[in-house]
Write a protein that binds this ligand. Structure first.
Ligand SMILES: CC(C)(COP(=O)(O)OP(=O)(O)OC[C@H]1O[C@@H](n2cnc3c(N)ncnc32)[C@H](O)[C@@H]1OP(=O)(O)O)[C@@H](O)C(=O)NCCC(=O)NCCS
Length: 180
């Protein structure tokens, strides 16, 4: 018998929620962040990350965390927060902690999360967002495609980083990126 055809309909949709509406997934999100950016949390525990996620349980003010769900399971996250780099408090606010589970990368979930964060920022009246990355490929291929521009290259915690910025053009620009 021929294998069932994978059609668009048979792929479960990705739904973006606010962590404020699903706080029970905080331990999972904390594990992702703690493991992915362990170099930033040297000497700190996973509980430290859980604690700051509890501070991001907002809906209409920063900091806000978004979670992507597929078939009821969390599959990715991103946050909006006022400050991200202690040395650059002149820039605000920031997109931070973007993460998609390894097995589901390359399907558009990261782009959808970015879109959700930018759309919310636009609704909150934010005109410009910042982010930083230490990965020049990510900056050139992923963020650039989403309309982000390099603001400057600098050193942070002895890492070479790229600070990027995006001017938001209101909420009309969003066409909802399809998940592949
Ligand atoms: C970065 C990340 C969130 C992207 O999520 P994703 O769901 O795979 O993203 P998308 O499927 O929307 O990717 C869109 C495009 O970006 C590209 N891309 C994704 N990650 C990339 C990387 N690390 N380097 C270069 N290009 C990348 C994809 O190839 C894709 O390009 P295509 O549409 O031409 O095929 C994911 O790879 C991740 O969680 N990485 C680990 C954490 C991380 O680095 N976060 C960012 C911190 S600044």
């Amino acid at each position: 018998m021929a294998p069932p055809r994978v059609t668009k309909k048979s792929i479960s949709p990705v739904v973006i929620c606010l962590l404020a509406d699903r706080p029970e997934v905080i331990p999972i999100i904390a594990s992702w962040i703690y493991d992915e950016w362990s170099f930033l949390y040297a000497g700190k525990t996973r509980q430290y990350v859980e604690n700051f996620l509890h501070e991001r349980l907002h809906k209409k003010q920063l900091p806000i965390t978004f979670v992507a769900f597929q078939s009821g399971e969390p599959v990715g996250t991103v946050s909006l927060k006022e400050f991200d780099i202690e040395t650059r408090t002149d820039l605000t606010p920031w997109v931070t902690s973007l993460y998609v589970v390894k097995s589901l990368r390359g399907k558009g979930i990261g782009s959808r999360l970015m879109e959700a964060a930018e759309e919310k920022a636009g609704k909150l009246g934010i005109k410009k967002l910042f982010l930083f990355t230490a990965d020049p490929d990510l900056a050139a291929r992923f963020y650039r495609k989403l309309g982000w521009k390099t603001k400057e290259k600098t050193i942070y915690n002895s890492y070479k980083i790229i600070i990027m910025e995006k001017r938001l053009a209101g909420t009309r620009q969003y066409r909802h990126i399809p998940v592949r």
